[in-house]
Design a protein around this ligand. Structure first.
Ligand SMILES: [Mn+2]
Length: 296
C-alpha cells in the first residue's frame, strides 16, 4: 500500500517538507482496533476522525508561540486490525518494538484501550525503568473481563504486570478492582480529589519515574469536552488543568511514547475529534518544546 492510499491522509495535513518519514521526529500510527468494546462502539473510526479533524487545525500553537509541525510529523499506514485478540496483541508488540528501534517518537491513535499493554511492553524493553501515566475515567484493573485478559477493561492490570503506573482522573471501578488496587504497582488520583483543585500535579509527577509512557483515554476528560466515547462518565478533567498536567510532566520527565484511545468517530459532532487532535498536537509541542525552531 502506498503511503497516500489510506484515508483521510495525514495528521495535520502537513506539506511534504514537514511530513516525510525520513525527516520526521514523530510518527503517528493509527491502530483502529475494536474487538472487546463493552458498551458504545465506534472506536475503530477514531483514528480517521482525529486525522480528519487535525487537518482543520492551525499549525501555529498559540500557547507555545511555535509551529510544532516543524519537527516533522509523519503518519504511518493504519495497522491491520483483523486478528483475534491474543495474536493482535503479539503483532502490535512486535510492530511497536520495530518502531521504537527507529529512535523516532511514536504517537498511536486508537482504537480501544486494550492496545496499550503491548505498546507499553515494547517501550519497556528499551526503557527498563519506565512508568506509565494513564489519564482515564476507568481504572481498567480487572484481571479478566468477558472471559478474556485482553479486554479494554483489563488494560492497566496488564500494564502493571510490566511496570508501575499512575492513574489520573479515575471515577469508575468495580469492587474487585477497588480491593486489588492497593496491592498493585499503581497510584490512583481520583477525579473527586483533583478536579478544580491545586497541588496534585506535583504529586503525579513525583510518582512517575524519569521515563514515562503516556496513555490517554479520552473519557478521562469531562463529557462536556468528549461526549463521544464508548463508556462516558460524568465529572472528569477539564481542558486547562489537563494541559497543565501534560505540560508539567513533559517538562519534568522524558515522555518516550504515547497513545490516545477510545474516541468514537461515529458522530456528526466534530468537536470531540477536534479537541483530541488539538490535545495530541499540543502534547507533541510540550514534549519537543526545546527543539521547536524559532518562527522567523
Ligand atoms: Mn476509560
Amino acid at each position: 500500500m502506498s503511503e497516500s492510499a489510506h484515508s483521510p491522509v495525514d495528521f495535520g495535513g502537513l506539506p511534504p517538507e514537514m511530513s516525510s518519514r525520513a525527516a520526521a521526529q514523530v510518527l503517528v500510527w493509527p491502530v483502529p482496533y475494536e474487538k472487546t468494546v463493552s458498551y458504545g462502539s465506534g472506536t475503530a473510526s477514531g483514528p480517521d476522525a482525529i486525522i480528519e479533524a487535525s487537518r482543520n487545525m492551525e499549525l501555529y500553537d498559540e500557547e507555545l508561540g511555535k509551529e510544532t509541525a516543524r519537527i516533522g510529523i509523519h503518519t504511518l499506514p493504519a495497522a491491520a486490525c483483523d486478528l483475534a485478540p491474543e495474536p493482535m496483541m503479539q503483532s502490535l508488540e512486535r510492530q511497536m518494538s520495530e518502531l521504537v528501534d527507529t529512535g523516532k517518537f511514536v504517537c498511536v491513535l486508537g482504537g480501544e484501550h486494550s492496545i496499550t499493554p503491548p505498546l507499553v511492553r515494547a517501550h519497556h524493553r528499551k526503557y527498563p525503568r519506565l512508568s506509565v501515566l494513564q489519564i482515564d475515567a476507568h481504572a481498567d484493573l480487572r484481571d479478566t473481563y468477558d472471559g478474556t485478559p485482553f479486554s479494554h477493561a483489563c488494560a492497566m492490570r496488564r500494564v502493571v504486570e510490566t511496570c508501575p503506573a499512575v492513574q489520573v482522573g479515575i471515577r469508575s471501578m468495580s469492587t474487585p478492582e477497588a480491593l486489588a488496587a492497593p496491592k498493585l504497582r499503581t497510584r490512583l488520583f481520583y477525579a473527586k480529589d483533583i478536579v478544580g483543585r491545586t497541588g496534585w500535579i506535583d504529586q503525579v509527577v513525583a510518582s512517575l519515574s524519569e521515563e514515562v509512557y503516556l496513555t490517554f483515554d479520552v473519557d478521562g476528560l469531562c463529557p462536556s469536552i468528549i461526549p463521544t466515547t464508548g463508556t462516558p462518565e460524568p465529572g472528569g478533567l477539564l481542558w486547562y488543568e489537563t494541559l497543565e498536567l501534560l505540560r508539567t510532566v513533559a517538562r519534568s520527565r522524558k515522555i518516550v511514547g504515547m497513545d490516545f484511545v477510545e474516541l468514537s468517530g461515529n458522530t456528526d459532532n466534530h468537536a470531540p475529534a477536534f479537541a483530541t487532535a488539538k490535545l495530541i498536537y499540543r502534547t507533541i509541542g510540550y514534549i519537543f518544546e526545546k527543539q521547536l525552531p524559532p518562527l522567523a
